[in-house]
Every structure is written in C-alpha cells, then in structure tokens.
Design a protein around this ligand. Structure first.
Ligand SMILES: NC(=O)c1ccc[n+]([C@@H]2O[C@H](COP(=O)([O-])OP(=O)(O)OC[C@H]3O[C@@H](n4cnc5c(N)ncnc54)[C@H](O)[C@@H]3O)[C@@H](O)[C@H]2O)c1
Length: 268
C-alpha cells in the first residue's frame, strides 16, 4: 500500500513491532511518531511528537490515510497521567484526524476495558464495557470516542481489545489472553484495508482454546489467527495471580483487585 500510514507509539513495544511488521507486509509509506525516539532504524521515517499537543498532532496527520494508534500509557497510572496521555491524547488524535480528513484509525484498546467481567462470561463485540482501572476507563473512552467519530464524521475505526501481546506467553493468564505479533499485525492490516468497516470492536487474541472471547466479528472480517497459546508448555508459565482470589475471578486479573474498595458480590 502506498497511502500514508502513521503509527503512534512507534518507539514502544507494540508500536515498534508494527512499524516493522507492516513494512514487511508491503506498506511503503509508513511514518512513526512517539514522544521519544527509541529503536528506530535509519530507513524508517519518524517524527517526535506528544499526543498532549494538538497543534503538533495536526501537523503530523496532514496527508495521512490511516492512523495505527498505539501511543499511550499501557498500564495503570495516576488519574492525572492517564487523563493527559490516554484520554486527552486520544481525543487530540481523533480531532486532528477529523481536521485533516484521515480516513481510518486502528485503536489499541485493551482487555482492561472489559476487565470487570467474570472469567465465566464469554464476551463478544456487543458485550458491555466494564473497565477495571483508570487505564481501562481510558480505553473504554477511546472505543466510544472512535464510535462517535465514525458515526458523526465517517472516520472508520477498528478497536482491538488486545489481550496480552508478547513474543511468547509468560504467565498462566496468557492461556486465555495471548496474541502473537503476527496475529496482531494481521488484525491491524484488516483494520487498514477492509472495505466494510465502519466502527468495529474485535478481540486481540490468537486461536487459544481457553479464550474468554467470541471473536466472530474479527473472523467475519477475514481474521485467521495462525498462532495459538496451546502449542506452548504451560508448566513453565509464571503464576502471578495465584494468591489473588479476586484476580482469578475477573478477566482483568490483578488490575481488578488493585486498590479495590468495593463488594465483589455486586459485580455480577
Ligand atoms: N502490550 C500488550 O499486551 C497490550 C495489551 C493491551 C493493550 N495494549 C495497548 O497497546 C499500546 C502499546 O502498548 P505497549 O505495550 O507497546 O506499550 P509501550 O509503553 O511499550 O509503548 C507505548 C508508547 O507510547 C508512547 N507514548 C505514551 N504517551 C505518549 C504521548 N503523550 N505522546 C506520544 N507518545 C506517547 C510511549 O513513549 C511509548 O513508546 C498501548 O495503547 C497499550 O495500552 C498493549
């Protein structure tokens, strides 16, 4: 593809991985951005920018066809930091996209937007948001923001509720949540290219037998995961949630039990 694609969070783990894997898929006109420059090769186009600064985002989204939005704080943080980087940052990005007539945005959402669902629930694209943290709330906001910009301004979007994207699974929770780099790349590619997309919620998960998510919408759009957690040896996985009974009840794991002051019985 020759159209210009902007990757935010390009110095980070997943943004950096996608910046390279999309080039390998044949994307010829990629530009990366981040607030710091890290692990960027000489042949990669890169521009420094802070999502908090609307003016600089407007500048860098000129002539862009699609944005792969992975720039954010990826874990729980203070309300202030989440508000500034994830909520205002994402709002600025969509506003800049509207001003510059960007056509599509692929949004890195998270399982923590639905983390207070029980592990016994099988979720799909229509399942209610149930954020488990300020971080998860920022992802729920991003999903609704992208729905609004799709309905109101026709900016197409795909929100990927990413489980755990690592080279290999590391913890027992990943038996349900793991997604490989190539499967995540495949989903992002579908988000950029698929003609029938308006506003989509899909799950960023490989073909795992014990997945908590019915990913039929992703499959309808052509997603064919090539990886599965089930080929790994589970005995070597860590058991980070092992002593946290609450974490074991809910999809968001330890994000749900951190600073918890509620009543578990009320979260049905
Ligand atoms: N890693 C996972 O398994 C996982 C799971 C669910 C969701 N996600 C989401 O995927 C995205 C990438 O996660 P990651 O694991 O690569 O995290 P990461 O921290 O490695 O990368 C995030 C990048 O965003 C940049 N960034 C943060 N605030 C910014 C700002 N205000 N302006 C510009 N750049 C900013 C950081 O500098 C960093 O390079 C995040 O949105 C995260 O919430 C990741």
């Amino acid at each position: 593809m020759k159209k210009k694609i902007l990757v935010t969070g390009a110095s980070g783990h997943l943004g950096g991985m996608l910046f390279k894997s999309l080039a390998n898929l044949g994307y010829k006109n990629l530009e990366g951005t981040d607030l710091k420059k890290k692990n960027i090769d000489k042949n990669q186009k890169f521009i420094l920018g802070n999502l908090k600064n609307l003016k600089s985002i407007i500048k860098m989204t000129k002539g862009v066809y699609a944005i792969v939005h992975f720039g954010a704080i990826p874990i729980e943080d203070t309300q202030h930091n989440i508000l500034q980087n994830n909520i205002i940052g994402t709002y600025n990005l969509f506003e800049a996209a509207r001003i510059n007539k960007v056509k599509r945005i692929i949004f890195a959402s998270s399982n923590h937007a639905i983390g207070f669902h029980r592990r016994t629930a099988k979720l799909n694209q229509y399942s209610n948001q149930r954020p488990d943290s300020h971080y998860g709330l920022s992802k729920a906001f991003g999903e609704e923001l992208s729905r609004f910009y799709a309905d109101k301004f026709n900016i197409k979007s795909m929100c990927i509720r990413i489980g755990s994207c690592l080279e290999v699974p590391e913890d027992r929770r990943h038996i349900s949540t793991w997604i490989s780099y190539s499967d995540l790349t495949q989903l992002v590619d579908i988000g950029i290219r698929h003609k029938a997309i308006h506003h989509e919620i899909v799950y960023g998960v490989s073909k795992n037998k014990k997945s908590w998510w019915n990913n039929s919408r992703a499959h309808q759009l052509g997603y064919k995961p090539i990886d599965s957690v089930d080929r790994f040896n589970f005995h070597s996985l860590s058991k980070n949630e092992h002593k946290d009974k609450m974490a074991l009840l809910f999809q968001g794991g330890v994000f749900t039990s951190a600073n918890f002051k509620g009543n578990i019985k009320n979260i049905k």
